[in-house]
Design a binder for this molecule. Structure first.
Ligand code: 4NP
Length: 144
């Protein structure tokens, strides 16, 4: 199973989803490949936001070695599932899909809802972590 997590900057939300699901997959001995990307290109090559690194580390997950990358259309072929954090991410990714098979791979990470962007609101990092962790635990059960 190859899974890609996508948000806008690839420095706050998707690195958490990437790191938490990778951590849980390893714990469950699942041979999954997990990565993340951003629909925006401002932070290519950057480590995650220090506030995401800090909250993840508080709960025992190390995301400090991740580096941001820009979403690329090649990812539609490579990944089995592409999870997006909010509706705008969904629109931005779907706009680049060219076939129904590609479109079907793209879904909201939280069905019918979204992960709020904590970039301009530091108090959201902890609740976002909890929200992402809860959904990652569900994904382990749904996709294993
Ligand atoms: P993310 O948060 O999409 O969760 O990584 C953001 C990070 C950076 C920016 C916006 C959102 N930015 O405008 O630079």
């Amino acid at each position: 199973m190859k899974i890609l997590m996508v948000c806008l900057g690839n420095i706050c939300r998707s690195p958490l989803a990437h790191g938490i699901l990778q951590h849980l997959a390893q714990k469950h001995s699942l041979d999954w490949e997990i990565d993340s990307a951003g629909t925006g290109d401002w932070h290519i090559g950057h480590a995650p936001d220090h506030r995401s690194i800090t909250v993840a580390s508080k709960y025992g997950v190390d995301i400090s070695q991740q580096r941001a990358q820009h979403f690329h259309t090649d990812f539609f072929e490579y990944y089995d599932r592409i999870f997006v954090m909010d509706e705008q991410n969904y629109k931005d990714v779907i706009a680049q899909a060219t076939t129904d098979v590609q479109r079907e791979k793209v879904t909201l990470f939280i069905p019918g809802s979204f992960v709020p962007d904590p970039y301009f609101d530091a108090k959201l990092f902890d609740p976002v972590y909890k929200m992402v962790e809860k959904r990652c635990l569900e994904l382990i059960e749904e996709l294993r």
